[in-house]
Design a protein. Structure first.
Length: 430
């Protein structure tokens, strides 16, 4: 039986447990992680919680500038407001011993998306892997915009990829509220509707990274910018990651601005032929010069990406009764059919006689040659039994071909023409 501790022993053990939480030296410096124009980020070990953190403070040259101080305070509060797995978590904010504002956040371990720009194509990620990254980024930014916030400095160096599939957007120093309503609602719930001054900015200036800025971001006040500006920025580096070429190449800032405002980039699928046309079209819409012509939200971008990924899942189905003619020789070839159940008889006329060609069943496709070659039907299809088919219209087939690289589409069309001619010759020879 355990010995009962005296009140003095309990108090002594209690003080021992709490002692390390009362010390002034909570954070132990490990190393410097990086410096920017205004702030610097260091790695510290948190002795209270036994974890490694990233700590951001102002650089000495900026510590007495009110604009810089407002910016870093606003950044800490804004990141704390955006509670999402794709945004780094803020742990604490305080004034340190040097009378400097400081905040600690989760230390991200992984690689910067920018590193992928310099990979050889042979060592590059697959298209599927890039699309997974793209979707995570779009989902995170859809949340950010729904919260009324613009990032305004989205670029590959501000996107971190964790070792376990995480994607995190960093560096929110240029971010701003474009819609105060979600934040006002948030504060009303938890702060009794106190003023919004802590996230409002007094200065209206042009800022960002020119290489990834939208045309309007290079000329407009920050309070005039909307989510379409962030969408353009993501379109720029999505193009850059997939093609390994910047959509607006230039040797200097003047040349970049000229390209940005006056020239459209080459289509992504022409720059890199293995890129499907439908994916290229999504990127092109993100890079439209006019904000009104772009996607208006990342939700719209995600919708089109999902449509691209969900290949052929929404084709119409139809049933035919036994003996019913599905299509006749000489009919226009505006659609093909996939047999889901039952059997179809294929016949063709030669020298005035109808000749049997094949019986096709579940999983077989009929009528595809006429679709790919834009030629009339060369045979007649009739239901031998009650059948169910999936209808593949020419429009939907073309949409599916757009999801393939262009050279594969051309190869399919070429082979279809050859098979169509060969099929006609075989019928005539029989």
């Amino acid at each position: 039986m355990a010995k009962t501790k005296s009140p003095e022993e309990i108090q002594q053990e209690r003080e021992s447990l709490l002692k390390e939480f009362k010390g002034d030296e909570r954070y132990h410096f490990v190393r410097t992680l990086g410096e920017g124009g205004v702030g610097k980020v260091d790695c510290y070990f948190d002795r209270h919680l036994n974890r490694v953190t990233a700590m951001k403070t102002l650089r000495k040259a900026a510590r007495n500038k009110l604009r810089s101080l407002r910016s870093v305070i606003r950044e800490a509060r804004l990141i704390s407001y955006l509670d999402h797995p794709g945004i780094v978590s803020v742990y604490d904010a305080f004034v340190n011993d040097n009378d400097d504002f400081t905040y600690t956040m989760k230390l991200i371990q992984g690689e910067v998306l920018e590193d992928l720009l310099y990979r050889d194509l042979d060592d590059d990620l697959s298209l599927t892997e890039y699309i997974e990254i793209f979707i995570k980024l779009c989902e995170t930014m859809a949340y950010v915009h729904d919260k009324g916030v613009l990032h305004l400095d989205l670029k590959p160096s501000n996107i971190m990829l964790g070792h376990y599939g995480e994607l995190l957007i960093v560096d929110w120093g240029n971010a701003r509220l474009f819609d105060k309503t979600p934040y006002h609602t948030y504060l009303s719930t938890y702060k009794n509707a106190q003023k919004l001054e802590d996230l409002e900015e007094k200065e209206q200036f042009i800022s960002g990274t020119p290489k990834y800025m939208s045309p309007e971001q290079t000329t407009s006040r920050r309070d005039q910018l909307r989510p379409t500006s962030d969408i353009f920025s993501v379109g720029v580096f999505f193009y850059e990651l997939l093609s390994k070429k910047h959509p607006f190449p230039a040797e200097d800032l003047e040349g970049l601005l000229d390209q940005l405002h006056n020239f459209d980039p080459p289509s992504l699928h022409t720059t890199r032929p293995t890129i499907p046309k439908s994916l290229s079209n999504i990127c092109a819409k993100m890079l439209e010069k006019s904000p009104a012509d772009r996607y208006q939200s990342f939700h719209e971008v995600i919708k089109d990406i999902r449509k691209y990924l969900n290949s052929g899942q929404n084709f119409e189905t139809k049933r035919y009764q036994r003996g019913e003619v599905i299509f006749k020789e000489g009919d226009p070839g505006g659609y093909a059919l996939m047999v889901l159940s039952g059997y179809v008889e294929i016949t063709a006329e030669s020298d005035g006689e109808r000749k049997f060609l094949a019986n096709l069943g579940e999983g077989e496709v009929i009528g595809e040659l006429s679709v790919f070659t834009n030629q009339p039907r060369t045979a007649t299809a009739k239901a031998l039994t009650p059948i169910t088919v999936k209808i593949l219209t020419q429009e939907t087939i073309e949409q599916e071909l757009d999801k393939l690289s262009p050279w594969i589409g051309r190869m399919i069309t070429t082979l279809s023409n050859r098979f169509n001619k060969l099929n006609r010759r075989l019928i005539e020879m029989d």
